[in-house]
Structure formats: structure tokens, C-alpha cells
Write a protein that binds this ligand. Structure first.
Ligand SMILES: [Mn+2]
Length: 332
């Protein structure tokens, strides 16, 4: 599929909902925002609806309340929609409850994404570019290709998407095109410093307290190449925090000297959420896959059924076996 085919699918449909994954991030929200502003400008009847609420730090994208949580009203819009535009989702079921509405009502979907295909590849149409840093970058190229003028609002969404998915233009997925987005954003007068402050200099006090508690209990394994930490509901409650308070912790600990992989284990009582980040030496997606999850080679996740202590020993064993084998193979 090419950009002109995306355009012709959009042109043929009038009632469109945009959706993305559970626990949305800057790319899914920013690209949804840019896409919404585009669809609205060409006269489509359109809403953004996600399984999860918008995280507080992204409220600056929601001043006109365009993001909706899945409820009665948004569900009835989806049921009558003739197209679902799905952004930044590797796996169909990461749509959360939106997935079941799409399936039950057999709604036409178009996925625009930069994740590798998963086993649950249930979209009717898809445009996937695994080399793109973010869906925001794909939308930027799409608008350029179809000669669509990018408004200031569309640019804000694209910029937020590219900024967050490249770790502020630092990760290895940062390309000249990412910086071109930044050039355009600055030339259009976007207050990029304000955007940065909104997202990254807006930490709640509970988040800082939680970070302090977690730092004191960091565990190092595999000769210091693996750092891991556990979290649970009581730790969040103790600091009067929320589930958004530990966003980015795994990325943060990867920054420790000598650490190659950072791993979070979040005890959900009967289930454990795992989040992996790698500096680039080890492909953590391989471990995530073995635990029933997936993701990018250097940023992956899994949700595992089972008791915390069992899941913990399984994943730590897998990690240490993988790391030893990798180093043996690369020695010989
Ligand atoms: Mn993304």
C-alpha cells in the first residue's frame, strides 16, 4: 500500500474513528491528534477514541476535548463508523475493548504503523514502515506526498509523536527526517520548549517519591549488564501515585553506566507486566516473545499470567541464559 492508496481509502469514507493502543504514549496521541485535525479540515465526521484515558501530561493536546475514552457515546459512534484508522499498534488486541467493537461490527480498518507485524494481524488494510521512527513521521511523509498543507495544529501532533518516540531525538531511530520535522515545527513558530516542558518537566511529586523508592531497591545481575526492579500496587499507593507515575522508569535506568538491559516487573496479582529496554547490544524482543509478548528489538514488553515469584525467576533465568550465550557466541 502507498500513500495515495491511504488517501483514496480516507476519501471514500465519511464517518471515521481514530484509535490506538491501551496506555497511549506520545506517538499514539500525537499522531491521532494530527490525523484528527487533518480529517476535520477535510470535512470528515470523526472522533478519537481509546480504551484508556489520556495521560495527564498530554492534556495540552486535549484542550478542545477531542480525545474520548470508550463509553456509551463513543461506542455507538464506532458501531456506525465506516472506517477505523488505527495508529501505532503492532497487535490488533492492543486496541483493548475497541478491538471487540471492531470485530463484532465488522468495521473496515486501516492500520498505519511502524511496528513489525504480530500474529494478530487482523487489519483489513495496512501501511507499515518499520524503519520509521514513529507514526508521526509516517504521517508527515504522507501529508507531504499528497500535497496536504500541514497546519500548525497538525505539526504539533507530528512533533510530539517524533519527539517522544525518538527519546527527544536521541535514540538510534532518529533520522534526518525526524530533524526535518523539528526544522518545520520551529519555522512554523511552534513553542518547542513549552512542548518539552509539558511532557518532560511536569513530574508529579508522587512520581519523584516512587522513583526514589525504586532506586533504593534496584537489582543488578549478569555482571552489572542487567538492572531490574519490581513494582506493585502497594508501592504506588504508598506515594499516593497513579499508574502513570512509573512511565519511563525503565528507559531511565538503562542510562546507568555498564547497564545494557533494564527490566521492570510490575506485579498485578496473578499477572506480571514486563517492560524491557536495551542499549542496543541485546535484542530484548526475543526474551519478550518467549514470555508471550513482543515489541521492537530494543524496547519490548509482555503481560504474563502467573505468580510474581515464578514469573520473576523465569524471566531472570531467560535473561541470564540469553546474555551468557550471546557472549559465548561472540567470543568464539
Ligand atoms: Mn510509536
Amino acid at each position: 500500500m502507498d500513500f495515495h492508496q491511504i488517501k483514496s481509502i480516507i476519501d471514500k469514507h465519511d464517518k471515521i474513528f481514530i484509535s490506538s493502543h491501551i496506555n497511549p504514549d506520545g506517538d499514539s496521541l500525537g499522531s491521532a491528534y494530527a490525523m484528527y485535525k487533518y480529517l476535520d479540515s477535510i470535512g470528515k465526521d470523526c472522533i478519537i477514541v481509546n480504551h484508556s484515558p489520556i495521560p495527564e501530561v498530554y492534556n495540552f493536546l486535549n484542550e478542545d476535548n477531542i480525545f474520548q475514552e470508550l463509553d456509551g457515546d463513543s461506542a455507538s459512534f464506532i458501531k456506525k463508523a465506516d472506517l477505523g484508522l488505527i495508529l501505532d499498534i503492532g497487535d490488533f488486541y492492543r486496541l483493548g475493548d475497541v478491538a471487540f467493537l471492531v470485530e463484532e461490527n465488522d468495521i473496515q480498518t486501516l492500520s498505519i504503523d511502524h511496528h513489525a507485524k504480530s500474529d494478530n494481524d487482523l487489519f483489513k488494510n495496512e501501511y507499515i514502515d518499520v524503519k520509521a521512527s514513529s507514526v508521526g513521521e509516517i504521517l508527515y511523509s504522507f501529508f507531504k506526498e499528497i500535497d496536504q498543507k500541514i497546519s500548525e495544529e497538525m505539526m504539533l501532533g507530528i512533533y510530539v509523536a517524533v519527539l517522544t518516540d525518538t527519546g527527544s531525538f536521541r535514540h538510534s531511530n532518529t533520522t534526518d527526517l525526524c530533524h526535518q520535522v523539528a526544522v518545520d515545527a520551529i519555522q512554523m513558530g511552534l513553542d518547542i520548549s513549552k512542548v518539552y516542558q509539558n511532557i518532560y518537566e511536569n513530574s508529579s511529586i508522587s512520581r519523584m517519591k516512587l522513583l526514589g523508592n525504586v532506586i533504593q531497591k534496584l537489582n543488578y545481575d549478569c555482571d552489572g549488564e542487567l538492572v531490574w526492579f519490581s513494582l506493585n500496587h502497594d508501592m504506588i499507593k504508598e506515594v499516593n501515585g497513579s499508574n502513570q507515575d512509573f512511565d519511563g522508569f525503565t528507559d531511565f535506568f538503562r542510562g546507568i553506566k555498564g547497564v545494557e538491559v533494564s527490566l521492570m516487573l510490575y506485579d498485578l496479582g496473578g499477572k506480571v507486566r514486563l517492560s524491557f529496554r536495551s542499549k542496543g547490544k541485546y535484542k530484548v524482543s526475543e526474551i519478550a516473545k518467549k514470555m508471550g509478548g513482543g515489541g521492537h528489538p530494543f524496547a519490548a514488553a509482555a503481560l504474563v499470567e502467573g505468580e510474581f515469584s515464578d514469573v520473576k525467576s523465569t524471566v531472570l533465568n531467560l535473561m541470564s541464559t540469553y546474555i551468557s550465550k550471546f557472549n559465548e557466541d561472540n567470543l568464539s
